[in-house]
Design a protein around this ligand. Sequence first.
Ligand SMILES: O=C[C@H](O)COP(=O)(O)O
Length: 254
Amino acid sequence: MTPGVRPLIAGNWKMHGLRADGLALARAVAEGARGLDAELVVCPPATLIAAVAEALAGTPVAVGGQDCHAREKGPHTGDISAPMLADAGARYVIVGHSERRAGHGETDAMVRAKAAAAFAAGLVPIVCVGESEAERLAGQAEAVVTRQLAGSLPEGFAARGGVVAYEPVWAIGTGRTPTEADIAAMHGAIRAHLARTAPEGAGVRLLYGGSVKPGNARAILAQPDVDGALVGGASLVAADFLAIAAAAGVSAGR
Ligand SMILES: O=C[C@H](O)COP(=O)(O)O
C-alpha cells in the first residue's frame, strides 16, 4: 500500500446480474460498506448502471462502467459512450480489460482513446494492463506491461487521477495468483514507469486484479505499491467483496 493513499476496491461484475439480483447485491454491499476505510466501486453490466446508481445514491459506494466507446456519440451500434455512463450515474469506467483486448481486438491506442474519452466525460478511467502466461514464462512480463502502459495512458493521466489495474491474464478467474514478491516487483515497475513519465505518477492508485479472494487479499494488499484491487468473481458475493475491502483497510493501517 502506498502510504497516505486511500485504498480503492472495485468490483467488476462482468456479464453477471439481472435486475433483481444486481440490485440486491448492490444494496448488500452498501449496507456493509459503512465504516470501512476503503473506497468501493461496483461495475455492473451496462443494463444495470442507472438502477444501481439510483439504489446507491447517498451511500459511500460508487458505480462504474466496464467499457466505453472512444467517441461521444455516433453510428456505433451496441456501444456506449463515456457521457452516457456519466449520465447514468457512473463515476468510474474500466477500460482495456484483457477480456476486451482479447475478445474485441482492442489495441493500446484504442484503450488510450477510451481513457481520454472517460476523462472528458468527467469519469475516472481504470486502465487494465497485464501479461499472458506465455509472456511471463518468457521473462517478458515487465516489458509487456510497460509497453501497454506507454501506449494506453493518455496525456495527463496521472495528474487527472487515473487508476491503473495490473491483471496478469493467466490469474483471471483461475484461482492462481503471482507470488507476493512478483506482485510487488510488477507494481514497483509500474510505479517507476509512471514516476518517470509524470511528476504525479507517484500518487497514481495501482490496483492488483486476478483471483483476489478474502483469503489472499490481506497479503496481496500489504505489498508495496498495491493500492487496492480489481475484483471479478468475488465481487459477486457481497460478504466476500466486503471482506476484501476490510482487508484493504487493515493493510493501509487505518
Ligand atoms: O476485472 C476483474 C478481473 O478480471 C479479475 O477477475 P477474478 O477476480 O474473477 O479473477
